[in-house]
Ligand binder design. Structure first.
Ligand SMILES: Cc1cc2nc3c(=O)[nH]c(=O)nc-3n(C[C@H](O)[C@H](O)[C@H](O)COP(=O)(O)O)c2cc1C
Length: 351
C-alpha cells in the first residue's frame, strides 16, 4: 500500500490517476481505473451536454469508487459573446463537406457556444469526487466545487501557473512536464515537479513521461503525492479509439512525437505525421483556441475513429517508447503500484 496526501484526500487506494483525455477517456476507462483503486478521470470537455450526463451515469453504474471529470474553462470557451465565436463559425462554414460531416454526432462541444456552461451545471450537479481543470482555474468555479465538497485539481506546466492555481484555491496541482502527451509546456517533469513543490503548499502530482512503476517510484521520490498518466492508458482495451491508433502507441518511439500547434492553437505533443507536417513552416498560422479545432477536429476523428494514423491528429507523449502492449487499465494500475512498492522497498535501508 502506498499512502499519500492524495490517497487520503480522495479516499482512493492507489496514488495513480488516469488522465481526462478528451474523446479517449470515456466512462469505460474511468470505471476500470477507479474500480482498480486509482482515480479514473472522464475526459468531459469534448462531450455535448446530454452525452456528458450519460457518461457520468455510466461511471456511477460501473463503480461506486471515487472518479473525476476533466473540464476546460478558458474564457474563449465560456464566453457567449457572438463576436468571439465568429471565427469558429466561419471556419466551419469553409470546411469541405466530408470534414464537416465528421464534426457532428455529439463531438462538436468545443465548437458550440453555451456548451461549456451546460457542462459546468451537469458536473456540479453530479458532484464527482474531483474535477480536473486545464487551461485556467476560474475562482467562481473553484468556489462552486468547494460548496459541493468537490476536490479541485488543476493541470499546470509552469511554476507561475501552479502558483496562480493555488491562489485560486485549488486543492491539488498536476505538474505536467514537456514529455507528456497533449497540451504541454517547456520544462521536463524531473525539474518541474520539485520546482512546483517548492512554490505551493498543496499536494502535487507528477505527469509526463510516466508509464510504469519506475515512473511512479521516481515521482514519489521527487515528493509528488501521486501520478497523472495519459499515454499509457491509451493502449488499453477500455480507451476509446481505433485499434490502429492504439497499435501506433505501442509501436511508437521518442522521435515519432512532435510539438505542434495544429490541434488547438496551443502547444501540444502529438504523433508527427502528414497533418502536423502540413503546419510546420506553413504560411497558414494556427488559429487561437477553439477556432483551430474547427480545422483540426475532423482530423482528430480521422485518427481516433477511422484509424488513419498518417493524416489524423493524435496527441501522444514520449512514453509511447515505453508502451509495449495493450493491457487492461486495471492491470496497469495494479502493476504500476506493485513495481513501485518493490523499488521503494529496495531503497529502504532496512531491506
Ligand atoms: C490522447 C491524449 C489526449 C489528451 N487530452 C487531454 C484533455 O482533454 N484534457 C487534459 O487536461 N489533458 C489531456 N491530455 C494530457 C493528459 O491530461 C496528461 O497530462 C498527459 O497525458 C500526461 O503525460 P503522459 O502522456 O506522458 O502520460 C491528453 C493526453 C493524451 C495522450
Amino acid at each position: 500500500m502506498i499512502r499519500t496526501a492524495l490517497t487520503s484526500l480522495l479516499g482512493i487506494e492507489h496514488p495513480v490517476c488516469s488522465a481526462g483525455m478528451a474523446r479517449v477517456a470515456q466512462a469505460e476507462l474511468a470505471v476500470a481505473v477507479s474500480a482498480a483503486g486509482g482515480l479514473g478521470c472522464l475526459g468531459g470537455a469534448s462531450f455535448m451536454p446530454d452525452d456528458l450526463r450519460a457518461q457520468i451515469e455510466k461511471i456511477k453504474a460501473g463503480t461506486d469508487k471515487p472518479y473525476a471529470v476533466n473540464l476546460l474553462l478558458p474564457d474563449s470557451l465560456t464566453t457567449e459573446d457572438e463576436a468571439q465565436w465568429a471565427p469558429v463559425r466561419r471556419l466551419l462554414d469553409e470546411l469541405p463537406a466530408a470534414e464537416r460531416a465528421k464534426l457532428t454526432d455529439g463531438i462538436e462541444a468545443f465548437l458550440t457556444p453555451g456548451v461549456t456552461a451546460r457542462q459546468v451545471e451537469i458536473v456540479l450537479d453530479a458532484a464527482p469526487k474531483a474535477v480536473v481543470l486545464t487551461f485556467g482555474t476560474p475562482e467562481w468555479f473553484v468556489r462552486a466545487c468547494h460548496e459541493r465538497g468537490i476536490v479541485v485539481i488543476a493541470l499546470v506546466g509552469s511554476v507561475g501557473k501552479a502558483k496562480a492555481a493555488a491562489a485560486a484555491g485549488v486543492d491539488v496541482v498536476v505538474a505536467q512536464g514537456t514529455e507528456g502527451g497533449g497540451h504541454t509546456g517547456h520544462v521536463s517533469t524531473m525539474a518541474l515537479v520539485p520546482a512546483v513543490l517548492d512554490a505551493v503548499d498543496i499536494p502535487v502530482l507528477a505527469a509526463g513521461g510516466i508509464a510504469d512503476g519506475r515512473g511512479l517510484a521516481a515521482s514519489l521520490g521527487l515528493g509528488a503525492s501521486g501520478v497523472w498518466v495519459g499515454t499509457r492508458f491509451v493502449a488499453t482495451p477500455e480507451a476509446y479509439g481505433h485499434q490502429a491508433f492504439k497499435n501506433r502507441v505501442v509501436a511508437g518511439r521518442f522521435q515519432d512525437t512532435t510539438i505542434t500547434y495544429s490541434y488547438s492553437g496551443k502547444r501540444m505533443r502529438a504523433f508527427s505525421n502528414d497533418w502536423t507536417a502540413r503546419w510546420e513552416g506553413s504560411e497558414q498560422q494556427p488559429q487561437a483556441f477553439p477556432a483551430q479545432y474547427a480545422l483540426a477536429g475532423a482530423r482528430v476523428e480521422t485518427g481516433y475513429q477511422d484509424g488513419d494514423t498518417a493524416t489524423g491528429m493524435m496527441p501522444v507523449g514520449h512514453t509511447t517508447q515505453l508502451v509495449h502492449d495493450i493491457r487492461p487499465a486495471g492491470e496497469i494500475v495494479t502493476s504500476m503500484v506493485a513495481q513501485a512498492e518493490s523499488i521503494l522497498a529496495g531503497l529502504s535501508p532496512q531491506s
